[in-house]
Ligand binder design. Sequence first.
Ligand code: AMP
Ligand code: ZN
Length: 408
Amino acid sequence: MKLYNTLTKQKEEFVPVHEGKVGMYVCGPTVYNYIHIGNARPMIVFDTVRRYFEYKGYDVNYVSNFTDVDDKIIKKANEEGVPASEISERFIAECKKDMEGLNIEPATHNPKATEEIDGMIAMISTLIEKGYAYEKNGTVYFRTRKFKNYGQLSKKNLDDMRAGIRIAVSDEKEDAMDFVLWKPKKEGEPAWVSPWGEGRPGWHIECSEMSKKYIGDTIDIHAGGEDLVFPHHENEIAQSEACNDEKFANYWMHNAFLNIDNRKMSKSLGNFFTVREISEKYDLQVLRFFMLSAHYRSPLNFSAELMEAAKNGLERITTAAENLKFLINNAKMEDMSEDEREKLAGSTVYVENFEKAMDDDFNTADAISAVFEFVKYMNTTTDGASSKEYLQNLFDCLVRLTDVLGII
Ligand code: AMP
Ligand code: ZN
C-alpha cells in the first residue's frame, strides 16, 4: 500500500509503527460557524483513508480535534454577548450533524482544545526546561532557531523566511520566526491559570499535545488540508520533536483545495457554501461522492454540473443495488450453478482494480471507476433466473466496496 508523503515528496510503502495498527491524526475545524464544503473535503477524504485501512484489516485509532478556543470564536461570542464556550459547543453540535449526513465514522477520539490545557502546559514547560522556549511578559515563544530541522516539511529555509519578515521595534521575540505557545489573557477572553500567568494556548500546540496523548510520541499519519503545511504542521513538528525527542509523524498527507471558480473556497473570501446549504438541495451522500470523484491531491472545482454528474453516478450504483435486492428476494434457485461460479470468479477483477487504485495513494477516482465496471458486470450477468447465492455474493461485494467509499 503506497501513500504520498509530503515530508519526502514521494509515494512510499506504508509501514505502521505497530503491526496491524494505524494511529492517525487529522486537524479538525475551528468551530465558530457552520462548516463549509471546503472543510468537508479533508473530513471525507481522511475518513475514506481510515475506512480503507479498516477494509485491509488494520485497527485504526483516528483522532481529530475541535479547535474551540480561538480569536474568531471569541469575536463571535462577544458579538452575541455569550461565553465563547456557548459558540463552540453550538457549532461542534452542528458540525457533528453535518458529519453524520456525510457518513463520516465517529473518530476514536474527538478532543477539544479547552479540555486539554493541562497537557499543553506540561509540554510548554518541558520545552522551556529544554531551552526550546522562553517567556516574555506572559507570552511563551518557541525558539525556532534552536530546532535544527525547522522547514523539513514545507521545504522552507529559515534564513529566507526570516529575511522576508519585518520586525516591529516593539517586538519582544528573540527571532522573527519564533512563534507563540502561550499568550496572556486579554480583557473579555477565556483564560486558564499557567506558570506564566493567566492566558490561553497558541493554536499549534494543541495538535502536538493531542496526538501525543491519544496516539503516542510517534504517530503513523498526520493529515489536513494543504494550507496547514506551513506554518501549522511545520510548527507542530518542531514542538513535538523538541519535546519528545522522537520522530513526530511518519507520513504526512495533505488534501488539495476545494475551489470555486478556481479560487480556494474560504470563509475569508466569502465564496463558500456551507454543508448545511448543500444539504437543502442534495442528499449529502452526493457531496461525499462528488469529493471522492477526484484524487485528494488534485484541486477540485465545485460546480452545479459536477454535482449533477455525481448525483447521476450515485444513482447508477444505488439503482443497481436495489435491482439486485429485488432479484435476491424473488430468486427461485438457492445455490450457484457451475456457470455462476465462473462468473463470480470473473468479477474479482473489479475488486482487484478497486484495491489497486486505493493501494496507489488512495486513488478514489479510479476506485469509483472500478465500482462502475463492477455494477455494469452485475447488471449484465444477473436476471430473474439467477440463483440467490450468486446474487447475494455480488451484493455483499458491492457493499464491501461502497462501504470503503462511505456510500450507503
Ligand atoms: P479551518 O477550520 O479553517 O482550520 O479548516 C479545517 C480544515 O479544512 C483544515 O484541514 C483546512 O486545511 C481544510 N480546508 C479549509 N478550506 C478548504 C478548502 N477550500 N478545500 C479543502 N480543504 C479546506
Ligand atoms: Zn492541527
